[in-house]
Design a protein around this ligand. Structure first.
Ligand code: G1P
Length: 296
């Protein structure tokens, strides 16, 4: 089975939930402790064996491209100041993968954004990682994208991540329905239907899509003929229904902490939890939170 070597990261959104910060800074570049959100996503992909990262960007996202490019003046200054470990770390970021980008010229929906990457992805299987969700897997364990890629490579079927959510949250996500099985502690679904943000009573399933997918290239053909759906947008979930009904689609639970960094609370939670684990900030942040807690 073909290896999953490419990943698409849609990053064309306007980031309206983070205005005014996102007026000039793309939301993907907002930091969690000292690293932009996007770096966590790219690292997850790279750990899955991904070599080419394709950013689907809109206007004003040049700083994302610059982040993965050489910053000559900065590196020269760091070198002269003897800060070699910083130079090494910056070099490591830019050599981690081939990062390229393609423009989505109109905001026509997530399905459309993924379809925009077709000229670069070509006829290969590929991963999709939504740019504002951070997945931190337990130390030494496979990343979520890695779990999906290995599933694709063994079954030949497109595989997406799913998580159980309370009934009142199903309207926030794409929801998958299908036949359940259990394999090695994970819950698997042979997907029969996908509904984008169902309203109450539209589904009894509690399995939501948290923004990690591996598709074979046939998804592009389905996207091409997908009519605008919810909100008048070309929905990725609608194209997924077509792939589920043709070649087949698997959804699987995963082992990782998930932060919705595209949301203010999720963003702050990620900063606190990852700040507690960071060698530079962990001890001081823990002491501060302990002092603060009784006053809340
Ligand atoms: C998108 C997808 C949805 C998915 C969600 C995950 O929605 O359309 O199917 O469950 O991401 O965050 P959005 O959050 O962009 O509205």
């Amino acid at each position: 089975m073909a290896k999953v070597r490419k990943a698409v990261i849609p990053a064309a959104g306007l980031g309206t939930r983070f205005l005014p910060a996102t007026k000039t800074v793309p939301k993907e570049m907002l930091p969690i402790v000292d690293r932009p959100i996007l770096l966590y996503i790219v690292e997850e992909a790279v750990r899955a064996g991904i070599e080419d990262i394709i950013l689907v960007a809109g206007r004003g996202k040049a700083s994302i491209e610059d982040f993965f490019d050489v910053s000559y003046e900065l590196e020269d200054k760091l070198e002269r100041d003897g800060k070699h470990e910083w130079v090494t770390s910056l070099k490591q970021i830019r050599s981690m993968a081939n990062v390229m980008s393609i423009r989505q010229k109109q905001p026509l929906g997530l399905g459309h954004a993924v379809g925009t990457a077709r000229p670069i992805v070509g006829n290969e299987p590929f991963a999709v990682l939504l740019g504002d969700e951070i997945m931190i897997s337990p130390k030494g364990e496979a990343t979520v994208t890695e779990q999906l890629a290995r599933s694709f490579e063994t079954t030949g079927l497109s595989t997406v991540a799913m998580m159980e959510v309370p009934a009142e949250e199903t309207s926030k996500y794409g929801i998958v329905e299908g036949e359940i099985s259990k394999v090695d502690g994970a819950t698997l679904l042979r997907v029969s239907n996908v509904i984008e943000k169902p309203t109450a009573g539209q589904t009894t399933s509690r399995f939501a899509l948290p923004g990690r997918y591996v598709f074979d290239a046939s998804i592009f053909d389905h996207i091409k003929v997908t009519a605008p759906g919810r909100n008048g947008e070309i929905q990725l979930t609608d194209a997924m229904v077509a792939i589920a009904k043709s070649k087949g689609l698997i959804a699987t639970t995963f082992k990782a902490r998930r932060f919705d960094a595209g949301d203010k609370i999720g963003y702050l939670q990620a900063n606190i939890e990852l700040g507690l684990e960071h060698p530079d900030t962990g001890t001081a942040l823990r002491a501060y939170l302990k002092r603060l807690a009784p006053t809340l």
